[in-house]
Design a protein around this ligand. Structure first.
Ligand code: AMP
Ligand code: MG
Length: 530
């Protein structure tokens, strides 16, 4: 197996001089060198062949023992020097101090076809940042991360990727619902792939520790390697404030784009702490995430956040802004002027309004959307929440509604989307009447466009997914994989590679969440325990 190593992070940024895994506060360093843990009996459960190809591996590389050894942490590629990054973060709104890669180990950076990728093992053992935990990950959370990162990519959502899911053969003790019922679970390692795993928190920790020189080095490094449109001289200490502001603008723009995509597909991250925000605007750290089934702005899958629902679906865009404010605070010592940051943050809000309107407009098939459509969109959001309505199914069926409304050949609009409602039997009268009002307004609006029903349906179906990784689907795959059967994992992986396509053979997955999954742990309720 030949990986073309191209390490920069550990070569160009300051290292922690200590090289043990002992937990500690790390100062004046961007990372600590660590040795991944050797798993007892690694076994490949799934591989994303696309990602393998992306990083320069061939089909026969995947089949060999070396692949499993390397991506489970058992064997470090020659020349690589694995390390855990030091970062801090705001968790649930409060500054948490040093966090760092407690169970993630950057294996190496590789180059392929002019692109550079960082390969990171999640669950490969302790690091100086493991605090009171073990550095391991269990199969259920690893499988969820592996499948979801690939599903997100194919939905067109910026995300870290997943190369492989490997069972370690070791048992890991977890108290899944934090209720005193700890039990052993199978352990696993996912190899994640991204341009880099630099987070908002990497900048925050230097700012919090008053290490301005390191902050500058990290900013210069990040800009130089990952933001080629920004001019920076890594050796200059002054005179580059414009570059840092531009960098912040670019991160804001990418973060906004990412979160708009989340809203479009109904993804709820669940733990939008600043240590879980990628500087690339990619979705990162798939923990207790979930997918909206019933469209509900207040929904969060994360039981740890049940009380305040800080990270609920409808709040994600505002939280991203709050997180950007924390990044601005961290970068401030490089600029010493708050005004340009404030302007960028204001810009986020203005831009959010425009892009959200555009996105919602396109979900209902409007190509030219203006402020005049805000009422129609707001009414839709309100009506969708009157009774439990499946988001994915609703928007998919909405594409079948015609401009002219009901005729002899066409059922009325409400009947067209009826399968999206969770209530058995007829809708309450006030809900029916709210929908009829909305459809009247909607069809009237459609008549002002000059798009045919067929063209509009095709455009809608290209952005409203038919298949998403519903919470219960991931759980079914976990149950099977735990019993030694990986077929469903691969079946879902294949299904979710083409989320916008009609797949008649997979119609069973275009269905509302079954009742048994409504309140089942792992399906709609997830904790941070992973
Ligand atoms: P998360 O909520 O998963 O983003 O994790 C927050 C912090 O806790 C990060 O620094 C993680 O690396 C660390 N962490 C989470 N789970 C573990 C674990 N099992 N072992 C060590 N560190 C962990
Ligand atoms: Mg994290």
């Amino acid at each position: 197996m030949k990986l073309k190593l191209d390490d920069h992070f550990w070569q160009e940024l300051p290292a922690d001089p200590l090289q043990t895994n002992q937990r500690r506060q790390v100062l004046q360093a961007a990372y600590s060198f660590v040795v991944p843990r050797k798993p007892t009996a690694p076994r490949l459960l799934h591989v994303s062949e696309e990602v393998a190809e992306m990083i320069g591996l061939r089909q026969d590389d995947i089949l060999g023992d070396e692949f499993v050894e390397t991506f489970s942490g058992g064997c470090v590629p020659v020349g690589a020097r694995p390390y855990a990054m030091c970062y801090g973060g705001h968790q649930f709104g409060s500054w948490a101090g040093q966090l760092g890669d407690g169970r993630a180990i950057n294996l190496c950076e590789v180059e392929h076809l002019g692109k550079r990728w960082t390969l990171q093992l999640k669950g490969a053992g302790e690091t100086p940042y493991s605090r009171s935990a073990d550095g391991l990950a269990v199969l259920r959370s690893s499988l969820r991360e592996h499948l979801c990162s690939e599903a997100m990519f194919h939905l067109g959502v910026p995300t870290t990727r997943a190369l492989s899911l490997i069972a370690t053969g070791d048992d890991v003790m977890r108290d899944m619902m934090y209720d005193g019922n700890a039990a052993f679970e199978p352990g696993a390692v996912v190899c994640r792939v991204a341009p880099s795993f630099i987070r908002f928190g990497n900048f925050q920790i230097f700012a919090a520790n008053g290490e301005v020189e390191n902050l500058r080095r990290l900013a210069n490094y990040t800009i130089l390697h990952y933001f080629p449109n920004i001019t920076i001289n890594p050796d200059h200490v002054t005179g580059q404030t414009g570059a840092y502001v531009q960098f912040f603008r670019e991160v804001s723009r990418r973060t906004l784009e990412m979160v708009i995509h989340w809203q479009r597909v109904g993804f709820v991250h669940g733990v939008m702490n600043t240590d879980n925000m990628s500087i690339h605007g990619e979705t990162i750290d798939f923990g207790p995430y979930g997918w909206l089934e019933g469209y509900d702005h207040d929904w969060t899958p994360n039981t740890t956040d049940r009380q305040h629902r800080r990270y609920r679906y409808g709040h994600q865009p505002q939280i991203a802004l709050w997180n950007l404010l924390q990044l601005a605070n961290a970068l401030y010592p490089l600029v010493n002027d708050a005004t340009p940051f404030e302007e960028e943050l204001k810009d986020y809000q203005t831009q959010f309004e425009v892009e959200y309107r555009q996105m919602m407009g396109s979900k209902i098939g409007l190509t030219m959307v203006t402020r005049a459509d805000d009422g129609l969109i707001a009414n839709l959001e309100r009506t969708l929440q009157l009774t439990e309505t499946d988001m994915t199914i609703f928007f998919r069926l909405l594409a079948n509604v015609t401009q002219s409304g009901s005729s002899e050949a066409m059922p009325d609009a409400l009947a067209t989307v009826a399968d999206a409602f969770y209530v058995a039997g007829p809708l309450p009268e006030e809900v029916t009447s709210a929908w009829q009002d909305w459809f009247r307004e909607y069809q009237c609006r459609l008549c002002q466009t000059n798009q045919s029903d067929a063209d509009r349906a095709a455009a809608m179906n290209a952005i409203n997914p038919k298949y998403v990784l519903r919470n219960y689907m991931a759980q079914l795959a976990i149950d099977k994989a735990t019993a030694g059967d990986n077929a469903l994992t691969d079946q879902l992986y294949q299904l979710l590679k083409r989320p916008y396509d009609e797949q008649p053979e997979n119609e069973q997955w275009f269905a509302k969440r079954p009742e048994w999954a409504r309140n089942k742990v792992g399906c709609s309720m997830l904790s941070c325990s992973s």
